[in-house]
Design a protein around this ligand. Structure first.
Ligand code: SF4
Length: 466
């Protein structure tokens, strides 16, 4: 349906709120852009955990009756994107298990790159897995440790490598952990006397909560009746925050890695206008994600901004299976040109990224058939040429059009009059890191911040879990 990389998960947790399940429902709704194929909530009433989860959008999975089955003043929730055929409901999170006499639930955003090796090791010792998810490995490792839940979690996580922002719920505590490189975001919020942990700050606005601060890379936050405590149980690592959160994944009304996503996207558009100017009559975005960068491009270039494409908000991402033949149809379902705006004009169309190029080609054809005279595609990120192994669903390298085609070839394929990509330097400047330090940009550069375990065969490195 959309030719985009896909964020695989969003997480939300609350402690000390009488309507914990309802708040989590709203929080997950605000994070729906991070995963549309499954949703789940686990609550704790202080003695046991209650779980409800299913495939579908948050609003489809939960109704009043289902939320009423989730008592307690603390909760965690999860939204998930999953690729076809990778397990359905059995991989839907949160996962909840009993170990010893203690219940624990877990929600994960990210991907563990050594999960396959750990799984084989654990299976060799007799462990039985109920899902095909990398996340389940963490539960097995926790069960083998001793001590209080936070100690067991910290010890278990010493063994995993990769990207993880995690929420744990026990009968007494809500625990949040962010991996030492800080790949995925995680923030701390407050609503009266209750505390919140969430993937993005956009989850706070809907429930009238306030942003307190980011959970730091490598930090464990323990929330219980005694308040909020912070620990740093892992060795320090170089930061590798996902720069693509700013390009596309995060919602523009969020603060991510300390910066307004909207502001960084506008700046990407400004950089793009400086790097790839063109004589044109109108700047239009590919809605919705291209809007802030298009505004930046228009402001910087002085070319008027307009809406030449309208997006239907009623097409669910699960409307159809993502096969090649139907993807063609899907673009038309989702985007529609406004001929009166486009007719006879030289158009700059701003998109955030090109993955396979299939959608860009459809959009350009659509604009041309609506009467646009020239179409200049401007992309507010560098060419995507490497897959992601840190919690983002990417096609394999052969499917990434920029990995095997020159700019001229891509321009001909999408039938645009010109294409201009934002440079890596421009993207880094837009997020405030001139030399790129503190960020992962491996999908543009191939410089992966974590080496892959050599024993893991390539087929296991395909990212399918959130
Ligand atoms: S490879 Fe790309 S999408 Fe994956 S974490 Fe790095 S910047 Fe983000």
């Amino acid at each position: 349906m959309t030719d985009k990389l896909k964020e695989e998960c969003g997480i939300f947790g609350v402690f000390g709120a009488s309507e914990a399940a309802n708040l989590t429902y709203l929080g997950l709704h605000a994070l729906q852009h991070r995963g549309q194929e499954a949703a789940g909530i686990v609550t704790s009433d202080g003695s046991q955990l209650h779980i409800q989860k299913d495939l579908g959008l948050v609003q489809d999975v939960f109704d009043a009756a289902r939320l009423n089955k989730l008592p307690g003043d603390r909760a965690i929730g999860h939204v998930r994107y999953g690729t076809a055929g990778d397990g359905g409901i059995k991989n839907a999170q949160p996962f909840a298990v009993d170990y010893g006499n203690q219940p624990i639930a877990l929600a994960h955003n990210g991907h563990l790159i050594n999960a396959e090796n750990l799984r084989r090791e654990l299976e060799g010792q007799g462990a039985i897995f109920f899902s095909s998810s990398d996340t389940e490995v963490i539960l097995h490792l926790i069960a083998r440790e001793a001590g209080e839940p936070a100690d067991r979690i910290a010890a278990a996580l010493q063994r995993v490598e990769g990207a993880y922002s995690l929420l744990f719920l026990t009968d007494r505590q809500l625990i949040g952990v962010r991996d030492p490189r800080g790949f995925r975001p995680l923030i701390l919020g407050r609503r009266g006397s209750s505390h919140i942990l969430a993937s993005e700050t956009c989850a706070l606005g809907l429930i009238d909560a306030e942003f307190v601060r980011e959970v730091q890379p490598g930090e464990m936050v323990i929330i219980d009746e005694e308040g909020v405590r912070s620990f740093f149980p892992f060795p320090t690592r170089p930061l590798a925050r996902c720069i693509f959160e700013h390009v596309y994944f995060a919602r523009p009304d969020s603060i991510v890695f300390g910066q307004s996503v909207y502001a960084t996207r506008v700046e990407m558009g400004r950089e793009l206008a400086r790097q790839h100017p063109v004589e044109a009559d109108l700047v239009i975005p590919v809605p919705d994600s291209g809007v802030p960068a298009a505004i930046g491009y228009a402001e910087e270039s002085g070319i008027p901004f307009g809406l030449g494409l309208v997006r239907s908000h009623y097409v669910g991402r699960t409307f159809i299976e993502p096969t090649q033949s139907i993807r063609h149809f899907g673009v038309r379902l989702k985007l529609s040109p406004i001929a009166d705006v486009l007719r006879g004009k030289r158009i700059v169309v701003v998109d955030d990224s090109i993955v396979r190029g299939t959608t860009s080609r459809k959009i350009v054809k659509m604009l041309r058939s609506a009467g646009a005279r020239e179409i200049h595609l401007r992309v507010s990120s560098p060419p995507t040429v490497w897959p992601c192994f840190y919690g983002i669903d990417t096609p394999n390298r052969q499917e990434l059009i920029a990995a095997s085609h020159t700019l001229d070839e891509i321009t001909r394929y999408v039938t645009a009059d010109s294409i201009g990509y934002l440079s890596l330097e421009g993207l880094r400047r837009a997020v405030g890191s001139e030399d790129g330090s503190g960020y992962c940009d491996a999908c543009f550069t191939g410089r992966y911040p974590i080496r892959f375990p050599s024993e893991a065969p390539a087929r296991h490195l395909k990212v399918v879990e959130g």
